[in-house]
Write a protein that binds this ligand. Structure first.
Ligand code: HEM
Ligand SMILES: *[C@@H]1O[C@H](CO)[C@@H](O)[C@H](O)[C@H]1NC(C)=O
Length: 329
């Protein structure tokens, strides 16, 4: 949707203005419906309720903040930000949780359940799981020291999920080339700049050995001592120690800052898909800028998170407000 509305803005002068206006208002309808004040009458306590639950989850385990940010990304890139990722498999239904990018990797479902229970007590049947995920991601960034913003709200929850979409490459993998990353983001209406800014989320959180083994053993654009340190916890033999963890930002793994970009400049990106952002290509200058300028990074990151949150929301009578985020009503 975001891409179609961008296209629309640029093509007004080209053909029939009225026809285009009708088409464009239809296409951008859904995201235009989101609003930062959506629950101000129906559930004024929702923001505080979610924030205190995220606070307690992140104080128990700092990494959970990172996991909640990633949950929002993986929700939005498959079918849009509609809580499709939260649906459990059943005997007759295979959801997104077992998709390659998610299995043994995506976390935070229990925290979302806890939040939902509290929110249902304050305002039953009002707040969607999709909006809870969006707010929890923002709260996590703030708690870990990053910027704040007003989250656009009013998303509804899907009645479906898509294992095949989740496995289709929509969610780019850690061995992606720069061209592939740019493509995958473009496909959901996000620019190369948005992609680099959003990759800055790798200033927090952890990755598993299986996702960076080839990089630390076989790539040459990597700092030697960094590779050596990472090898000590990630065996070369394929299949061994696959789930051993390493921080995506070796300097401040639970602090939201610009050290991720500084690492890239020193060839200390953990994933192949991190280092391609600074490897002689078109995004080098932006990485340099963000590494030195946290104000610009924070502001671009916020803009891109808001844009990502606008991907194909369900609104009005679409979807439902799930009572339990794991299953349909
Ligand atoms: C640019 C394309 C991206 C790729 C290829 C990518 C890939 C990955 C991979 C492979 C991991 C480690 C998973 C594991 O080993 O279990 C990871 C972790 C993470 N990703 Fe990304 N990611 C990308 C973009 C993003 C975006 C846009 C966000 C959020 C805005 C994000 C947030 C995170 C966070 C916070 C973690 C750590 C999660 C945790 O510790 O639980 N990533 N990513
Ligand atoms: C490194 O490359 C060699 C030669 O292509 C290959 O046999 C080996 O499996 C690779 N190792 C890793 C850890 O990717």
């Amino acid at each position: 949707m975001a891409s179609s509305s961008n296209y629309c803005r640029n093509s007004f002068t080209m053909v029939s203005v009225t026809l285009l206006m009708v088409m464009c208002s239809m296409m951008s309808f859904a995201s235009a419906q989101l609003s930062t004040s959506f629950y101000s009458k129906s559930c004024p306590k929702v923001i505080g309720t979610i924030r205190s639950e995220v606070h307690s989850a992140v104080s128990k385990e700092r990494r959970m903040g990172a996991s909640l940010v990633r949950l929002f990304f993986h929700d939005c890139f498959v079918q849009g930000c509609d809580a499709s990722i939260l649906l459990d498999d059943t005997s007759s239904f295979k959801g997104e949780k077992t998709a390659f990018p998610n299995i043994n990797s995506i976390r935070g479902f229990g925290v979302i359940d806890d939040i939902k229970k509290k929110v249902e007590k304050v305002c039953p049947g009002v707040v969607s799981c999709a909006d809870i995920v969006a707010i929890a991601a923002r709260d996590s960034v703030v708690i870990l020291g990053g910027p704040s913003w007003d989250v656009k709200l009013g998303r509804r929850d899907s009645k479906t999920a898509s294992l095949s979409q989740a496995n289709s490459g929509r969610l780019p993998g850690p061995t992606s080339t720069l061209a592939n990353l740019i493509n995958r983001f473009q496909a959901v209406g996000l620019s190369a700049k948005d992609m680099v800014a959003l990759s800055g989320a790798h200033t927090i959180g952890q990755a598993r050995c299986t996702n960076f083994r080839t990089r630390i053993y076989n790539e040459t654009n990597i700092d030697t001592s960094f590779a050596k340190t990472r090898r000590s916890q990630c065996p070369a033999t394929v299949g061994r120690g696959n789930n051993n963890l390493a921080p995506l930002d070796l300097q401040t793994p639970t602090g939201f800052d610009t050290k991720y970009f500084q690492n890239l400049i020193h060839k200390r990106g953990l994933l192949h898909s991190d280092q391609v952002l600074y490897n002689g290509g078109s995004t080098d200058s932006l990485v340099e800028k963000y590494s030195k300028d946290s104000k610009t990074f924070n502001s671009d990151f916020v803009k891109a998170m808001i844009k990502m949150g606008d991907i194909n929301p369900l609104t009005r009578s679409q979807g439902q407000i799930r009572k339990n985020c794991r299953k349909l009503n």
